[in-house]
Design a protein around this ligand. Structure first.
Ligand code: DX5
Ligand code: ZN
Length: 219
């Protein structure tokens, strides 16, 4: 069984000390840094953009996992590709040209992901399963950290796993929102292997221990 990767979301960090936060997550054993980009349009808050990703490179060698919650993913994917990140995930709901944007991300040598809001069915991805390296299943409605996991999303992840097996595809399933040891176990049992965690890691007294516990949810 593939091992579980933990991607702390710096949405839950102190925005005035992002560099220190990513360095801390690396010391605490994180596998990736999850980077939530919000534009005040696709979702109400505004966070940070490609310049922040560029500067974060000085503070960590971990892969940067960019989650674009923006209304113009083609433009933002281009900006992030130019600064050299590792994963760029766009929202299915944000563009009618998902296939084109995914292809452009891969053509830039970057792993491409597609994210689904809770109301968007897994089945909508049937014809792009070979075109993505990751599918990000939102287990809360995007926009804010600290929300509660939506239980029906475990079934959606299980359906997505079955679709992947039927298609012989090899994308990873990533899960984002409301993750703690209990919810991470549910989604891992359904097939998820990349767990994004904001408040569960940044709100923990011992973040290294929190990361270790999340990674250990499968036997
Ligand atoms: C929500 C973001 C998440 C968020 C997760 O829109 O995409 O990455 O930071 O935070 P928690 O783990 O606190 O739900
Ligand atoms: Zn996210």
């Amino acid at each position: 069984m593939d091992s579980i990767k933990i991607a702390p979301s710096i949405l839950s960090a102190d925005f005035a000390r992002i560099g220190e936060a990513v360095a801390l997550m690396e010391r605490c054993g994180a596998d990736e840094i999850h980077f939530d980009v919000m534009d005040g349009n696709f979702v109400p808050p505004i966070t940070f953009g490609a310049a922040m990703a560029r500067d974060i490179r000085k503070y960590t060698g971990l892969p940067l996992d960019v989650h674009l919650m923006v209304a113009d993913p083609a433009e933002q994917a281009g900006q992030f590709a130019a600064v050299g990140v590792d994963y760029i995930t766009i929202h299915y709901e944000a563009t009618v040209h998902a296939h084109r944007v995914l292809a452009a991300i891969r053509a830039a040598g970057i792993k491409a992901g597609i994210a689904l809001n809770p109301a968007t069915p897994a089945e909508t991805l049937l014809d792009v399963l070979a075109d993505v390296d990751r599918v990000l299943v939102m287990t809360v409605n995007p926009g804010y950290g600290g929300q509660a996991f939506i239980p029906s999303m475990a079934r959606k992840i299980a359906r997505l796993s079955a679709m992947r097996a039927r298609a012989g595809a090899s994308f990873e399933i990533e899960v984002d929102g409301g993750m703690n040891v209990e919810t991470a176990r549910l989604v891992a049992e359904a097939g998820a292997r990349v767990i994004v965690a904001g408040s569960a890691v940044f709100g923990a007294e011992d973040p290294a221990r929190a990361i270790g516990e999340l990674r250990g949810v499968l036997p």
